[in-house]
Design a protein around this ligand. Structure first.
Ligand code: GDP
Ligand code: CA
Length: 324
């Protein structure tokens, strides 16, 4: 049974590790649940790449558009009420069209590149975006340096992440994942501070391999998390991902995808774990451990679901904080 949500929990300082679409859904709920200024989101930049000379940050954009109430409800990425004139013209003239950027989205990409060229960091540009759209929570890129994720396929080829994810539609079989360009990179100062100052850290129901692991692999992050109360939400429900390659990646890396596998993936860091009600029967096999695991309705179809799950995760975290 999930403990009851209390008014005082709204003042907890919560820092979330997140990727794009799955992360954004929970962040929207947390943003509505917590008092303004209490939520920090540290967002994966391992998917970032250059396209037409522009720094594209897909997970940052998914999170920012969602928190601003501007995201496309069908895709979960990109803008709602979008037009596609530029993409159609690119297609007509035979230019690369595999990465879809709508016109409004593209305007933001142009402006981001202009500000980066003028010397602003990705952290500063993202802060500017959030201020422009009146987002009360802080969205923090995990770092300001390039930290690309790369995928080695079963036939030995290394692919850039967007090449794998978008151009090849996650079809190649994954043999190995290289994070942060194979270098040891520090988190941004702002991201590190958000971790240190957090009362509670939440791993969003994002892809463990390519959304959360890049953040966990940054210098010092695991050490800080060892001192924190950490609760994860499973992105895997009934052995499947709701979207994207998370379950496929588990399988190709030799692990049966399940809520249990997600918990195992993070086991050194977790104090609490939230998995879907649909996996309750299965969970009887792995419940007994020092990680407090609770089931909840974790499929977030609308705002009500997002807020309810947010309250449940915070309540579990608050209970662990009291017990510690
Ligand atoms: P990406 O960077 O856009 O791929 O997004 P994330 O890594 O943040 O999220 C992808 C994961 O979100 C997938 O593994 C999905 O299973 C998971 N996901 C998406 N929607 C939901 C949801 O409503 N509930 C849960 N529990 N997981 C979700
Ligand atoms: Ca992503």
């Amino acid at each position: 049974m999930t403990p009851r949500f209390e008014e005082s929990f709204k003042d907890l300082k919560v820092t979330v590790l997140a990727g794009g679409v799955g992360g954004a859904k929970l962040l929207v709920g947390l943003d509505k649940t917590l008092n303004p200024g209490k939520l920090n989101a540290i967002v994966n930049t391992g998917d970032d790449f250059f396209h037409f000379g522009l720094h594209i940050a897909p997970d940052i954009d998914s999170v920012c558009y969602a928190l601003a109430g501007l995201s496309d409800p069908v895709h979960g990425w990109g803008r709602k009420d979008e037009s596609w004139q530029v993409l159609e013209e690119l297609r007509r003239i035979g230019a690369p069209d595999w990465f879809a950027l709508g016109d409004k989205d593209l305007a933001w990409q142009l402006e981001r590149q202009r500000l980066l060229n003028a010397g602003m960091s990705l952290t500063e540009v993202t802060e500017h975006f959030c201020a422009t759209f009146g987002i009360p929570s802080r969205v923090l890129p995990m770092c300001d340096e390039p930290a690309p994720t790369r995928i080695r396929t079963q036939n030995g080829e290394w692919l850039g992440f967007q090449d794998y994810f978008v151009r090849q539609k996650c079809k190649p079989e994954v043999a190995e994942i290289s994070l942060t360009g194979g270098k040891k990179i520090a988190p941004s100062q702002a991201a590190e501070r958000a971790l240190r100052e957090a009362d509670l850290v939440i791993f969003a129901p994002s892809n463990p391999w390519v959304s959360i692991d890049p953040i966990l692999s940054l210098k010092g992050v695991r050490e800080i998390l060892n001192e924190k109360v950490v609760v994860a939400v499973s992105p895997i429900i009934q052995n499947s991902a709701l979207k994207g390659p998370a379950a496929k990646m588990f399988r190709e890396l030799g692990i049966m995808p399940s809520s249990e596998a997600v918990r195992e993936h993070y086991i050194d860091l977790l104090d609490g774990f939230v998995f879907d009600d649909l996996d309750q029967e299965d969970s009887k096999k792995w419940q007994a451990s020092d990680i407090i695991s609770e089931s909840f309705q974790t499929i977030m179809k609308d705002e009500k679901d997002k807020v309810a799950l947010s309250e449940a995760v915070i309540s579990l975290g608050a209970r662990i904080l009291v017990e510690k």
